[in-house]
Ligand binder design. Structure first.
Ligand code: ADP
Ligand code: ZN
Ligand code: ZN
Length: 725
C-alpha cells in the first residue's frame, strides 16, 4: 500500500506487514507514531493486519519502557501482545486429559549458533526452534498450528536432540475445577478497617495514591485486599493483583475464588501452557473476568477499566525482571495507577527498604497492622552460635538444640521445615595439598558436587562434569568436599533420624513433571515429617501442622557483595520463621549461625523490622546506596576480552568527561571485571554509576552508547538490578 492510500485508514497501534532488510520475507510490526513526512527513505507498508491492535496506552507505555530500561521498543510491545500471537488462533485445541508437550533440551545460545551457522537448514525446523526459544512448554498441537508445521518436523528435531516431547496431564484451567465453599467478608478489626477506609476513599474518589500495608504474616492483609476488590467490582472496574511467582499457589488463588467465584478470576503465570495463557488473556480482553492474579508480567494484562493494583509481598525481588526488558513491575504499576487515577497498594511483612523510606517522607502512606488477625501468636525464635557448638566438640550439621527439637517434634507427630540456602551436596571441591579449587570451564565460579550421578555441576551455566578424585594441578588424591548443600543435609537427616520421612525441594528436585506445588502438597497431605529445602520453602505457604523451623546456616547471604545482603538475610529469616505455628499450636524457630552478632540476624530473632530498618538505613546513607541514589550497572559482555576492555574504556571516558564538563552530581566507577567475570564463556566487565536516574542521566547514557563501533560486545544497562553479579 502506498503512503497516500493509508491516510485516514491507519492508526497508532495497528499491526502491519513490512518488507524488512534485504529479505524477501515480510516482517510484522506495529505503528507507534504517524508522520506526514520522513527524512529517511522508508519501506512501504504491505498490509494492515486485522485482529490484534494495541491501544494508545500500550504504545505510550512501551515507549516509556524502551527509554527507561534502555531496550528495544519491540521487546516491550511483545509483553503486551496475546501469548503466542499468530494470525491463526487456537480454538480447536484438544480437550483430552493428557497431551504431548514440547521442551527445548539444548541451550538457547547453542541453538542460535546452529541456526546462524546453517547447521539447521530447514525453514520449518528453524521456525519451530525460534518459536520455542521464546515460548517453552507448549502442546505439540498448538505448536504445529502456530508454526505451520507437522509432527514429522517435531520428530526430526527430537531425534537431533534439540527438543523432547513429554506426555503430561492437561489441566485446562489449572487452579479451578474443584468445589470451593463461598466465603463471606470478615468483620475487619480496627487497624484493618482504617487501612480499608483510606484506600477505599481513593477508589471512590478516583485519585492516585500509593499505600503500604505493613503487617506481619497472618495480620489480615489478604482480607483487606478481598474487601477492596469487592468495592472495585461494584464500580464495574477491574483489579490486578501481583504476587511472587512462587507463592501463586492453588491455596492462595482459592481464597479469591471462594469470595468472588471462579468466573471473575484470571490467572497469569509462566507455568501455564501457552494455550492456557492465551485463554486467560482473552477472557480479560473480553471483560469476562475482572480480577487478574499473576506474577510480574500480569501488569501488562489487557484490562478494560482498571480500578486497583495490589502488589503483595512487595519486597520480593521477582518483581524486577532480570532479562530484557529489565523492567521493574512496581515502577510500572505506579505509572499505570497514576494514569488511571487509582490507588496502588503494596503489602509486606518485611517491606523493601526503599518502599519504607518513602513512607517516612510521606510519598507513600503507611498503614500498619500490628497483630495476627486470627490471634495465633508469633513463633519463638532462638539463635544458636555454631562457633560455640564447635568449641563444645559438636561437628554435626545440627546443633544440640536443633537436634533435640527435631526429635521432640517427631515424637509429637508434628512437622518440621529445615531451610538451607545452598543446593547440591557440597558447595566446593578443593585439593588439600595445593589449595586448587575446581572451577567451571565456562564460568569463573566453583563447581558444586552433586552426589546423584557423582557429578560436579556449575550453577550458572549448567555445565556438568564427572567428579574428580585426583587434583588436576598437583595430582594429589587428597580431595576434600567443603560446605553443605541440601542433598547432603537430607542424607545426614536420614542417618540421624532413620524413622522420619523426608522430602526435599530445590531446583534439582523440582522439575517440569514434579512441580514445587506437588512437593508441597505431598508434604502436607502425606504428612511427611521433614521438608528440606532452599528459598522455595520460604514463601507464603500455610502448613497448620508445622511447629518447628530450623535454619541450618544463616550466613550464606550475609557476606555476598550485594548491598542488599543484610536486607535479604533479614527478610528471608523473618519469612522462614513465619512458616512455624500458624494455627493453634505455637511455633518454634531455631536459627544456626556463625555470626550471632550480625544485626540482621539479631533483628530477625526479635522480629523487629523497625530496629533493622533504622540501622540499615544509616548504612545506606553513609555508603550512598538506594534509596539515596540509584545504582546503574552497565555490563559489557562478549567472547573477546580485549575488545570489551577497549570498549569499556571508551564508554567510560565518554560518560566521565560529560559528567565533568557539565558538573553533574554523578559518581562513576572505572570499568572493572564483574564479580563473576566469566559466564558461559563470555567475559564480563562493568561500569557502575551512582546517581538518581532522571531524564538527563538517561539521555547521557543513551547518547554515550551510540556509535561505539563494536559489534561483538553486548551492552546491558540495568538500574538497581536484583543481582549485582
Ligand atoms: P496475611 O495476608 O496478612 O497473611 P490473612 O488475610 O491471610 O493475613 O489472614 C490470616 C488469617 O486470619 C486468615 O485465616 C484469615 O481468614 C484470618 N482473618 C483475617 N482477618 C480477620 C478478621 N478481621 N477477623 C477474623 N479473622 C481474620
Ligand atoms: Zn592439588
Ligand atoms: Zn559454568
Amino acid at each position: 500500500m502506498y503512503q497516500t492510500q493509508l491516510h485516514g485508514i491507519i492508526s497508532v497501534g495497528d499491526r502491519v506487514l513490512v518488507p524488512f532488510g534485504n529479505k524477501k520475507s515480510l516482517e510484522e510490526g506495529f505503528v507507534i507514531e504517524l508522520k506526514e513526512k520522513s527524512n529517511y527513505k522508508v519501506k512501504d507498508i504491505i498490509s494492515i493486519q486485522e485482529g490484534i491492535k494495541l491501544t494508545k496506552e500500550n504504545i505510550e507505555l512501551a515507549k516509556l519502557m524502551a527509554r527507561r530500561y534502555f531496550c528495544n521498543i519491540s521487546d516491550c510491545i511483545k509483553l503486551m501482545l496475546p501469548p503466542g500471537t499468530s494470525t491463526k488462533l487456537m480454538e480447536n485445541r484438544v480437550k483430552e486429559k493428557s497431551a504431548n508437550f514440547v521442551y527445548l533440551i539444548k541451550d538457547i545460545e547453542d541453538i542460535q549458533e546452529d541456526i546462524d551457522n546453517n547447521v539447521i537448514k530447514s525453514e520449518k525446523q528453524k521456525r519451530v526452534l525460534n518459536f520455542l526459544m521464546q515460548n517453552d512448554d507448549i502442546q505439540t498441537v498448538d505448536l504445529e498450528i502456530l508454526t505451520d508445521t507437522t509432527s514429522v518436523i517435531l520428530k526430526t528435531l527430537e531425534k537431533k536432540g534439540y527438543i523432547e516431547i513429554i506426555s503430561k496431564q492437561v489441566v485446562r484451567n489449572p487452579f479451578i475445577n474443584k468445589k470451593i465453599h463461598k466465603s463471606d467478608n470478615l468483620i475487619l478489626n480496627e487497624e484493618q478497617q482504617l487501612a480499608f477506609d483510606n484506600i477505599n476513599k481513593s477508589i471512590n474518589e478516583n485519585y492516585f495514591k500509593e499505600f503500604l500495608i505493613y503487617g506481619v504474616t497472618g495480620s489480615g492483609k489478604t482480607e483487606i485486599y478481598l474487601q477492596l476488590i469487592e468495592q472495585v467490582l461494584k464500580k464495574n472496574k477491574s483489579a490486578i493483583v501481583l504476587v511472587p511467582e512462587i507463592s501463586l499457589t492453588p491455596q492462595m488463588v482459592d481464597r479469591f475464588i471462594s469470595r468472588f467465584g471462579e468466573k471473575e478470576i484470571a490467572i497469569l503465570h509462566s507455568k501455564l501452557s501457552i494455550g492456557e495463557r492465551y485463554d486467560q488473556w482473552n477472557k480479560i480482553k473480553k471483560n469476562e473476568c475482572r480480577i487478574i492474579i499473576g506474577a510480574r508480567s500480569a501488569i501488562f494484562a489487557p484490562v478494560n477499566e482498571l480500578g486497583l493494583i495490589i502488589i503483595d509481598e512487595e519486597h520480593d525481588s521477582s518483581y524486577k525482571s532480570e532479562t530484557n526488558p529489565r523492567y521493574n513491575a512496581k515502577e510500572l504499576a505506579k505509572y499505570i495507577a497514576k494514569k488511571n487515577n487509582i490507588p496502588l497498594v503494596l503489602g509486606s511483612a518485611t517491606p523493601d527498604m526503599v518502599t519504607y523510606f518513602q513512607t517516612q517522607n510521606k510519598n507513600i502512606e503507611l498503614l500498619q497492622l500490628t497483630k495476627r488477625a486470627n490471634k495465633s501468636t508469633l513463633p519463638k525464635v532462638e539463635i544458636v552460635d555454631l562457633k560455640q557448638e564447635l568449641a563444645n566438640g559438636n561437628r554435626s550439621i545440627l546443633s544440640v538444640k536443633l537436634y533435640n527439637a527435631i526429635e521432640e517434634n517427631l515424637k509429637n507427630r508434628k512437622q518440621t521445615i529445615l531451610f538451607l540456602n545452598r543446593r547440591g551436596y557440597s558447595t566446593f571441591v578443593m585439593c588439600r595439598d595445593c589449595g586448587y579449587t575446581i572451577k567451571c570451564k565456562n564460568c569463573n565460579i566453583t563447581m558444586t558436587y552433586h552426589s546423584k550421578g557423582n557429578k560436579l555441576k556449575c550453577h550458572y551455566c549448567g555445565y556438568e562434569q564427572k567428579n574428580v578424585t585426583v587434583c588436576p594441578e598437583c595430582k594429589s588424591n587428597n580431595i576434600k568436599y567443603f560446605g553443605t548443600g541440601t542433598q547432603k543435609l537430607e542424607q545426614e537427616i536420614n542417618k540421624l533420624f532413620p524413622q522420619a520421612s523426608t522430602i526435599r525441594m530445590d531446583v534439582d528436585t523440582v522439575t517440569k513433571k514434579n512441580s514445587h506445588e506437588q512437593i508441597l502438597q505431598d508434604f502436607k497431605n502425606k504428612n511427611i515429617d521433614i521438608l528440606i529445602g532452599t528459598q522455595m520453602v520460604v514463601k507464603g505457604h500455610h502448613f497448620p501442622n508445622v511447629t518447628l523451623v530450623g535454619v541450618i546456616a544463616a550466613d550464606s547471604s550475609i557476606f555476598s557483595d550485594d548491598y542488599r545482603a543484610n536486607e535479604r538475610t533479614f527478610q528471608i529469616l523473618t519469612q522462614v520463621a513465619g512458616r512455624a505455628g500458624r494455627e493453634k499450636d505455637s511455633g518454634k524457630v531455631i536459627i544456626q549461625t556463625y555470626n550471632p552478632d550480625n544485626f540482621a540476624i539479631e533483628c530477625s530473632q526479635k522480629q523487629n523490622y523497625d530496629i533493622f530498618y533504622n540501622t540499615e538505613i544509616e548504612l545506606r546513607k553513609q555508603l550512598k546506596y538506594p534509596p539515596f541514589c540509584d545504582i546503574i550497572s552497565i555490563v559489557l559482555t562478549g567472547e573477546d576480552e580485549e575488545k570489551i576492555k577497549t570498549t569499556s574504556n571508551k564508554l567510560y571516558k565518554r560518560i566521565a568527561s560529560f559528567i565533568k564538563n557539565n558538573n553533574l552530581n554523578i559518581l562513576i566507577y572505572k570499568p572493572l571485571p564483574c564479580p563473576i567475570d566469566k559466564i558461559k564463556n563470555k567475559y564480563r566487565w562493568r561500569i557502575i554509576l551512582k546517581c538518581k536516574l532522571n531524564n538527563k542521566v538517561i539521555n547521557l547514557i543513551s547518547t554515550s552508547l551510540e556509535n561505539l563501533d563494536d559489534k561483538k560486545t553486548r551492552i546491558i544497562v540495568d538500574t538497581n538490578p536484583a543481582n549485582l553479579v
